[in-house]
Every structure is written in structure tokens, then in C-alpha cells.
Design a protein around this ligand. Structure first.
Ligand code: FEO
Length: 387
């Protein structure tokens, strides 16, 4: 696939993977992207997952048409991209590996060599590499989302190679009817969400760069409305509100807390809320609930008191949020308990370290099942959420 006259795509699609990074379902597969820049010197940008070495090398071979690559640029050392470095060097022992100092340390840990005994080039922020007509500038992108990451900007074709940033779940031979944002959002908040400050820092470095295309390591090459992607990343990384709406996340043992969640959703819709997302945390794909809860400005958590604490799925969910620096939201709480309800207190305690949360009143208290009193509290909470 041709990205520009000199830039070719040689990535692969993975439809066999059960869990990406050991935890994310990928029902539509995953793409590990790799690119070749053909100039007087030839640069290959990243390798692919271990299972696809042969396929990738044969794609590379086809693009090279008898030439030899001069450089392998390693932007990110996570094994979905770095697994074939040594295999590449077996095939092309003369090539120079270009990467950050931290990457070479990681190569030693992952693959047994930091390549100091062969041709390597250590680059840092703003280092450049001339290939002929094309000149590459490296941009350090620490913690987006590993410390060694570098982006690469080709000023000739105005193409940004953005490592994992702007990537999404899904193989490239699958046409995603939901477009880019849905699976890019689940990917971003699942994997990069904690590092908003670092994403903000790299977005500032990229500001004003002329851009014709963004080439991430996952998902499609982006070529149109690029400011939209940059703006979306700005919203996500600043923990802003992307869409107007309210998410209700609940757990329920016998269905009574679920009834309360659904009753609240119905009230909110009646009152004109543009979007109400409801997630049963025990049954949904939790990373989908995580992305909803970052996406909207208001979130309700409804759970049961359990072992004098809160129900396990809610506990896990709140940890998913707090470890990713969830912040800047309006929060409603619903607790259920049959003899000593303490779930709201437990949820608040778990959210204690989250910045800039506004807790609404009333906290809805259900004693086993909804009754007149708790229904009135739900109505009041709906009003507070819509205020
Ligand atoms: Fe796609 Fe962070 O590896």
C-alpha cells in the first residue's frame, strides 16, 4: 500500500489474537503497522508482532525490490512492534538501528543485546536523519505510553509517524462502521489514559507542524481532517468532556440495583439528556465502560454493599478509573444494602485521590429494593444531574 510516493505500508493484520496486551478483547482483530520510506537511503519504521515475522519480512522484501534497507527506526519497544528486530538484523546485518537510548537498554532486556556491538544510532528529541530527499526529525514522546517512545516526522511529505498515538483496535481489512473514534477511544483510555500530561506535552511539540498524514502503529493511516484527531487527543488527554451525556455504571446482585440504574436512565431521558449510557459492570466489556466514563462529563455509580465494602466489579472498575487519572467530572452515587448500607462511603473513599470531582446530592440509598422514598431520591438525583 502506498502512503505517499516514497512511503509504503508493510504492516500486518492479526485475527487470531484473543486479548491485546493481555487484557483487551479485539473482536475485529488488530493491525501492527510498519512503514518503509524509500529514498537514497531506505528507512524501515518498526517491526511487527512475533507471530508475523515471516509475513512482514516478505512484504518488506517485495517493497525493497532488490535494494537493502539502511535503517530500522524503532519508535517503540513494546513487543507488538519490536519482536522482529533481531530477525530483521539476521536478514539485513548491515542496517543501522535508530532509536532512543532507553530503547537500546530495553532491547538488551527483551532480546539480549543493546546492539552496541553493531551499527546503531542513538537519537533524542529533535535529532534529525537525512535520507536524501527526505529529512526525518525525531520527537521524544516519553510515556506515550512507554518511556522510550519517539515519534518521527518526515518534513518532505509532512507525515508524522506517531507510534501508538492515534491508534485504534481493529485490523485494517475490517471496515469499522463506527469509524475511528469508538475503538480509538477504548484504546486510548485503556492504554494511554493515565498519561494525559505526557500526551499534552507531545501535542504541544507537534503544534503548528504541517501535516498531510498521521501514520500510527495501529489502526488506519489518517489523511483527512487531521486537526479533528489532534483536537480529540487534546480533549482526551486533558480529561475534558468529549460528548454531552451521562454514564450510569452499576453492579447488581438480584436485579434491584439494576432496576434503579434503569429507572434513573429513563428519568434522565425523559428530562432530555442527549445520551445516557448504562453499563452492567459484571457483564459488559469493562474497557467500554471505562471509555464511556472518560467521554461524558457526568457519571453515576450504583452498587451493593458487600462484605462491609463494595461489590467487587465496582471496586475493580473504580480502580480502572483512578489508576488512569480520571478527573474533572460530576458524580452521582447510588448504594444498596440490606442491613448496613455503606457502599456510597466505600465508592467515595476509592475516588478520594481523583482531582476535581463534584459529588451530587442526594446519594440514593436503596434498602434491598426500590420503594417510594428511594424513587423520590432517584428523581432528585436526576434533577441534580440535569441542572
Ligand atoms: Fe502498540 Fe504500546 O504497543
Amino acid at each position: 500500500m502506498e502512503i505517499t510516493r516514497d512511503i509504503r505500508y508493510i504492516g500486518v493484520n492479526d485475527h487470531d489474537l484473543d486479548l491485546f496486551e493481555g487484557q483487551y478483547i479485539v473482536p475485529n482483530g488488530m493491525a501492527y503497522n510498519s512503514y518503509v520510506l524509500l529514498d537514497e537511503k531506505i528507512a524501515v519504521m518498526d517491526t511487527v508482532d512475533a507471530h508475523f515475522g515471516e509475513e512482514w519480512l516478505s512484504r518488506l522484501d517485495a517493497v525493497l525490490a532488490g535494494r537493502k534497507p539502511d535503517y530500522l527506526i524503532v519508535q517503540h519497544m513494546e513487543p507488538d512492534h519490536s519482536a522482529n528486530i533481531m530477525r530483521f538484523l539476521e536478514a539485513y546485518p548491515e542496517a543501522t538501528v535508530v532509536s532512543s537510548a532507553k530503547s537500546f537498554q530495553m532491547m538488551k532486556n527483551f532480546y539480549g543485546s543493546d546492539l552496541s556491538d553493531r551499527s546503531r544510532l542513538v537519537v533524542g528529541d529533535r535529532s534529525t536523519l537525512a535520507l536524501g530527499k527526505h529529512s526525518l526529525t525525531f520527537v521524544a514522546a516519553p510515556m506515550v505510553h512507554w518511556p522510550e517512545v519517539i515519534f518521527t516526522y518526515d518534513s518532505t511529505d509532512q507525515v508524522l509517524f506517531s507510534a501508538d498515538a492515534f491508534g485504534k483496535f481493529g485490523a485494517l481489512d475490517y471496515e469499522d462502521p463506527e469509524g475511528w473514534a469508538c475503538e480509538a477511544r477504548r484504546y486510548y483510555f485503556g492504554i494511554v489514559g493515565k498519561y494525559g500530561a505526557q500526551v499534552q506535552a507531545v501535542l504541544k511539540k507537534l503544534a503548528g507542524l504541517p501535516l498531510a498524514a498521521i501514520c500510527p502503529l495501529h489502526g488506519p493511516v489518517l489523511t483527512e481532517n487531521l486537526s479533528r484527531y489532534l483536537e480529540t487527543y487534546n480533549t482526551w488527554s486533558s480529561y475534558g468532556t468529549e460528548s454531552e451525556g451521562i454514564v450510569i455504571n452499576y453492579t447488581s446482585v438480584y436485579g434491584h440495583t439494576a432496576q434503579a440504574a434503569e429507572a434513573l436512565a429513563a428519568l434522565l431521558k425523559e428530562k432530555g439528556c442527549p445520551k445516557v449510557a448504562v453499563n452492567d459492570l459484571a457483564r459488559c466489556d469493562m474497557p467500554e465502560a471505562v471509555e464511556d466514563t472518560f467521554r461524558y462529563g457526568k457519571a453515576v455509580f450504583a452498587t451493593t454493599t458487600y462484605n462491609a465494602d463494595i461489590f467487587p466489579f465496582m471496586k475493580t472498575f473504580l480502580e480502572h478509573l483512578t489508576e488512569r487519572n480520571w478527573q474533572n467530572k460530576t458524580v452521582g452515587l447510588i448504594e444498596n444494602g440490606s442491613w448496613a448500607p455503606t457502599a456510597a462511603k466505600g465508592m467515595k473513599a476509592l475516588l478520594e485521590g481523583s482531582k476535581n470531582l463534584t459529588f451530587l446530592e442526594p446519594v440514593v440509598r436503596i434498602n434491598s429494593a426500590l420503594n417510594e422514598e428511594s424513587r423520590a431520591q432517584l428523581e432528585a438525583l436526576a434533577d441534580a444531574l440535569m441542572a
